[in-house]
Design a protein around this ligand. Structure first.
Ligand code: AMP
Ligand code: ZN
Ligand code: FE
Ligand code: FE
Length: 283
């Protein structure tokens, strides 16, 4: 497939945990000669307007998206929603809830840390988050700043890891509920990087079937975190269920070693997704 007619359907900016602006991403997309670009920041649509304008300026087709954080039995599952109504009250409420609970949770983690003798200021953490929803890596960075720990791994091993002394759990929807929300907001759902298996991420085929039952449209089989073998496995899982296969960079700027257009989705697949979104249930 020729990258020149394809789309990059999964990218991040400073509106979540990427390091680049929407304008810079449009520039990189133009350099990569992709036809279209989806912005899929974590749990927010705040970057859409700027990304849409920047894409228009460069003759790129802009695809509005969001990468919803969900969890199943403590495993993190990311569901991509395309062409959702960014003003849908339930979607806005969930994004607000995720953001607010993260802010609240950060305060509680800092409290625990203080009790453990590590005094980290909230300002320092906010400096690392830079307006994005606060995550434990931002807190770890602040801990490194003040010399409380030498590196991120130590911050997690000693304090922040799941079940650790300063750990505070956070709210998340079940993936099935997350997909329902995307559909209710008029969007189409794609399962992000299903083959990414680390300490936090795991997707079972049983979960895929549950998601198919509530309208899953596609699977992101082509992703930098997947080996060719894994990608092949997920393409096959998609094929058996007549799901649309997507590919994307999951660009995060300097936070990940991958560039826009590194993996792409053929125009035809994007059109198939667009059609599914157009026939999404109202509600
Ligand atoms: P949060 O969203 O605040 O729950 O933080 C989750 C992020 O923290 C993950 O995406 C990882 O990047 C990072 N993380 C979680 N656990 C660890 C760990 N044990 N060691 C290093 N990084 C971790
Ligand atoms: Zn991210
Ligand atoms: Fe993700
Ligand atoms: Fe992502």
């Amino acid at each position: 497939m020729s990258a020149s007619r394809a789309y990059d359907l999964h990218t991040h900016t400073v509106f979540s945990d990427g390091t680049t602006t929407p304008e810079r991403n449009a520039e990189l997309a133009a350099v990569a000669s992709v036809r279209g670009l989806a912005l899929t920041d974590h749990d927010t649509t705040d970057g859409w307007e700027r990304q849409r304008a920047a894409c228009e300026e460069r003759g790129l087709d802009f695809v509005p998206g969001v990468e919803l954080s969900t969890e199943r039995e403590r495993w993190s599952v990311h569901v991509l929603g395309y062409w959702v109504d960014g003003r849908h009250p339930d979607l806005v409420a969930e994004c607000d809830r995720l953001r607010n609970e993260r802010a609240h949770r950060a305060g509680r983690i800092l409290q625990r840390l203080a009790e453990l003798g590590v005094a980290v200021g909230l300002d320092r953490v906010l400096g690392h988050a830079g307006g994005a929803p606060i995550g434990r890596p931002h807190i770890a960075a602040a801990m490194i700043d003040i010399g409380a720990v030498p590196d991120l791994e130590t911050a997690f091993d000693r304090y922040l890891a799941d079940g650790g002394p300063a750990w505070v759990p956070k709210h998340a929807l079940d993936p099935v509920e997350g997909l329902r929300l995307i559909r209710a907001a008029g969007g189409v759902g794609v399962l992000a990087h299903p083959g990414l298996e680390d300490r936090y991420n795991r997707v079972t085929v049983e979960l895929v079937d549950e998601l198919v039952a509530v309208g899953l449209a596609g699977i992101e089989a082509d992703h930098a975190a997947h080996s060719e073998h894994i990608a092949q496995r997920w393409r096959e899982i998609a094929r058996q269920r007549e799901l649309i296969v997507t590919g994307s960079s999951d660009f995060h700027g300097d936070n990940k070693d991958v560039t826009i257009g590194a993996q792409t989705t053929p125009h035809q697949a994007v059109e198939a997704l667009r059609e599914r979104a157009a026939t999404a249930p109202a509600g």
